[in-house]
Design a protein around this ligand. Sequence first.
Ligand code: SF4
Ligand code: SF4
Length: 437
Amino acid sequence: MAGYKHSVSLDIEKCKGCTNCLKPCPTEAIRIRNGHAYIKSMRCVDCGKCISVCPYGAKKAVYDKLSAMDSFKLKIALPAPSLYGQFDNLDDVDYVLQGLLDIGFDDVFEVSRAAELVSDYTRLYMKQPGIKLPVISSACPAVVRLISLRFPFLCENVLPILPPVEIAARLAKTRAKKKHPELKDEDICCCFISPCPAKVSYVSNDMFNGEKSAIDIVVSMSDVYFALIDVMKNDKAPGVSTQSGMIGVSWAATGGEASAVFNDKYLAADGIENVNRVLEQIDNSDFPDLEFVELNACNGGCVGGAMTVANPYIAKARLQSLKRYMPVSQSWKFGSRDSIPDDAKMAEPLQGIPYSPLSGDRNEAIRMMAEIQQIHEKLPDWDCGSCGSPTCMCFAEDIVRGDADREDCVVLVREKLHRLIGEQLKNEKQKDNKDEG
Ligand code: SF4
Ligand code: SF4
């Protein structure tokens, strides 16, 4: 997609061309050419899978530094609930919130608080007649982009409600402007503390149909974690209290969002390979009874994001014990709302994004497609990846697009070598027989 700003990039100096990242990429966006990986920008969904599998640290997330907010007059932290799972022995979220104030933020608005609102809006949306089922969560930007690129027929199923982080930023700015009427919009910075690169892309590309995000900068959870552990050592009593409960904090790990919909016909899947599989099955109508689907690109949900510090399973267990002392919710009460506010809805329904076509000319595209099939039939179909393309079908397409050479396939080259050696031996034998005769 022209102009799309990615938040996953490659450091070519560190890349050894080992192919570890080639096959795990859910969108077949990676190729190995001339001994190095490269990412086909059009296909990448910034899921961060390649960051987690690269043994050489050659893939990295792109995000803002904390110093990016220095020029703003009012700095508001938007902590994702997965931040709370990063700390060992944390028994009260308030210590983290106080820590954020101590490292230089002027205000904090918890994303978990907005998540409780989104859970409430989702329940109201699910009651509407005529909606396309199953409804698929819109919270993970990597999943939303994957749907736009690979499953355009499922765009209609995506929950048309903004993700919690966006709602948190909008509410935080409204509150700040009420408290500080002397400040202009450009004086206020909403800084999202993100567990993953996909959420960086969400902000930098104004995802969800070009609506301008209210988030100004996105920093890495690991950077904030290391700043926080210094100030949290002081053990000072917190002067701030959380405004969210179990429901909001549960969104940090897989299943938390789905269980808050209070509908038994749900499925929650995590890990980009599983997400891909579930979307294929929904696309094939394999789950006719499902009503709600929560999908998270990272293993374990947001706690497994590439910009976190703790092991996702440990973080999830920590959140479980933390939630024991929390109220169910602090942001809604049963029956307190009967409609979804307009500013929480996406401006337009999600649209499919066409993959790069083979050719702008229809006849030429059909000819190229036939050539891809012909080449593919001659390939071994082992999908071994040693050619630098993730599958034999991708390799055939890359050849036709002029992005690969038949000689890159080691199996074809080996067969050619065997044939040549066989012919050579046959010729030598014939020559020997002639000489003897
Ligand atoms: S995993 Fe990918 S990016 Fe990392 S060194 Fe191997 S080929 Fe390069
Ligand atoms: S971020 Fe995800 S989609 Fe993009 S290249 Fe890496 S694995 Fe593929």
